[in-house]
Design a protein around this ligand. Sequence first.
Ligand SMILES: [Zn+2]
Length: 129
Amino acid sequence: MLKRRHYHIVDIESCVLCTAREDETIDHLIFNFPFSQTCWAKIGISYNSSISRVEATIRAKEIYSGKLFFEILTITAWNIWKERNNFIFNQISPTYSAWLERTKADLTWLRYRVSPGLSDYITSIVNTL
Ligand SMILES: [Zn+2]
C-alpha cells in the first residue's frame, strides 16, 4: 500500500503479515492472502484473483446470490484493511473472529442506510455469519 503511494521506506513494501514476504499490494492483502480468502469465503463472495480486479469484481457480482453486493464487498475489504492496520499500529495480529465482529458491526450500521426491506435482509446476513 505504501509503495503505491510513493513512500519509499525500506522493508515497508513487503506484506508484514506473511512469512513469504510478498509485496503488499491490494490484490495480495485484500484478495490473495489466506486470511483474506477465509473472510471472503465466509461472506460468500467468490473472487478470482487471476484476472484483472475490475473483471474479477464483475464476475464476483454475477456469481453472488445476495443483495447489496458492493456494500458487502466494501465492508469486507475495509475490515480486512482494519485488521492489517491493527497489526501495523497496535501490534495486534489479525484474527478471523476480530474481522467477523467488525464486519457484523458495520453490517448492522448499514441497516440504517437502506430501505426497511433491505434492513431485514442485512439482519438475516448478520445472523448467519
Ligand atoms: Zn501477506
